[in-house]
Design a binder for this molecule. Structure first.
Ligand code: 16G
Length: 174
């Protein structure tokens, strides 16, 4: 597993990959059966299985990548099938800064998606565990995500619960 990188072979990671080696897996709340190791491109193809990606030029991609990387608050993380050099799953942790809670940080998990042909390999579980632990490691006071009702049971395994607050939104365009 690795931070999202440019599609060139000599890629620049979005965040320091060593962070993933420092996670406290003793705090993990799910089991992997069979066991898999967290130490182990198609990025848009995978994302398009979650939602509308639109058309993204290489320039737009690079601009957004740089913006995310420079902010230091985007942990776009991917699983690559190294045998074919293809990204097969992704999830993102975003850090939001607050003045409240003594200027604390809040984590958000976004865009969790596993490509159709790789479902059932616990990759979504691996990514969600990893990013949840990473948010703790980064001292977030809480972490949130939005999901469909059918996915609530999945996220409960990692310690998430359904909030009494409603998720409200307005959509300005698709
Ligand atoms: C889900 C995703 C969210 C994503 C949205 C896409 C997770 C936990 N939640 O709610 O991150 O932004 O789907 O739908 O992955 P949209 O493109 O219609 O907003």
């Amino acid at each position: 597993m690795m931070p999202a990188a440019r599609r060139e072979p000599d890629s620049i990671p979005m965040y320091n990959p060593l962070l993933l080696q420092e996670l406290d897996w003793s705090q993990n709340t799910v089991t992997f059966s069979p066991a898999i190791s967290p130490a182990n491109p198609g990025f848009f193809k995978v994302l398009s299985q979650l939602t509308e990606t639109g058309v993204v030029s290489p320039e737009q991609f690079t601009k957004t990548f740089e913006l995310m990387k420079n902010s230091g608050d985007y942990y776009v993380t991917v699983v690559e099938d190294t045998s074919v050099g293809q990204i097969v799953a992704t999830a993102t942790l975003i850090i939001e800064h607050k003045f409240t809670h003594s200027c604390a940080k809040r984590g958000r998990i976004e865009d969790v998606v596993v490509s159709g042909e790789c479902r059932g390999k616990q990759l979504g579980k691996l990514l969600t565990s990893t990013l949840t632990l990473l948010s703790k490691r980064l001292n977030c006071y809480k972490i949130t995500l939005e999901c469909l009702p059918k996915n609530v049971a999945f996220y409960k395994k990692f310690g998430y619960s359904v909030s009494e607050e409603n998720y409200m939104y307005q959509r300005f365009f698709n």
